[in-house]
Design a binder for this molecule. Structure first.
Ligand code: CU1
Ligand code: CU1
Length: 286
């Protein structure tokens, strides 16, 4: 049992130990294996085959397990480290301590968007992008996407999603217009108004965080820890609500073999959403 802290509360030492553990995973090649895995499971509505990670009900449980795998890899390097969370409704500016020189570094420079500060800047020599979406070997960020401005979601946007008592809804993909899952994941719902919660955060950071290779930016883990915390908050707010679909979809449903019902094992771990509903024996959020 360990704690996942708000990143704003980490001490200088805690930040350094986390950064050092991440750099060690990068050096050993394990970090890029995680990026490759995410690219492999980033299946969209328009692709064929099952969707475990995105545009699907199992968005929350799949990423919970994915984060646990990453966290265990970090802890094999340094047993005192855990994945902190970034509450982007509070720490919502480029001057937040998250982006300081001693933690994740800051925005990309104009032009090629290359991150120039912090431990993950290419010029530091420890962070070469190998499994990225482009051929660029450097980490890229483009805060706020000035060419088509995007803001970070606010507390009201999150609260609107948390107040939906239904976990997910047909057609169980990116076009579901109700349900907690897509209100947080952020496809379709509110996109015209720019309210896309999880997706909006990826877009606000931009660069490497946009797209299937988004774990190339270490902020991915802090963003998804907050997403994981929001799932826990939703469960507490709606104790009689359940993960949906509860059962395998009927044979005539086009989503039957494309989404994972409560007890259907998800790749690559062969673990069902039902086995990931409760994290309280593993970690807690403080
Ligand atoms: Cu993902
Ligand atoms: Cu994400």
């Amino acid at each position: 049992m360990y704690s996942r802290k708000n990143q704003r509360d980490l001490t200088r030492t805690e930040k350094k130990r986390l950064v050092d553990a991440i750099l060690e995973l990068k050096r050993s090649g394990r970090y890029d294996d995680f990026v490759t895995l995410h690219r492999q499971y980033y299946v969209t509505d328009g692709d064929v085959g099952p969707r475990a990670a995105h545009m699907a009900p199992s968005f929350f449980p799949w990423h919970r397990r994915y984060l646990l795998e990453f966290e265990q890899a970090l802890q094999a390097v340094d047993s005192q480290v855990s994945v902190p969370y970034w509450d982007w409704t509070r720490d919502d500016t480029p001057s937040a301590s998250l982006w300081a020189e001693d933690f994740l570094g800051g925005n990309g420079r104009p032009g090629d968007r290359q991150v120039m500060t912090g431990p993950f800047a290419y010029r530091q020599g420890n962070w070469r992008i190998r499994a990225g979406a482009t051929a660029d070997p450097f980490l890229r960020r483009n805060f706020g996407r000035p060419s088509a401005p995007v803001t970070l979601p606010g507390a009201a946007d999150v609260d609107r999603a948390l107040s939906d008592p239904v976990y997910d809804a047909a057609p169980w993909n990116s076009v579901s217009t109700t349900g907690f899952r897509n209100r947080i994941e952020g496809w379709a719902i509110g996109e015209s108004r720019g309210v896309a919660n999880h997706n909006q955060v990826h877009r606000w950071i931009g660069g490497s965080m946009a797209g299937a290779a988004s774990p190339d930016d270490p902020v991915f883990w802090l963003h998804h820890a907050f997403i994981d915390l929001l799932w826990t908050r939703w469960q507490k707010a709606h104790p009689s609500s359940r993960y949906l679909p509860a059962r395998v979809l009927p044979a005539d449903d086009p989503q039957r073999d494309r989404v994972f019902a409560l007890d259907q094992p998800m790749p690559p771990w062969n673990v069902a959403p039902s086995q990931l509903m409760d994290h309280s024996r593993l970690y807690r959020y403080v």
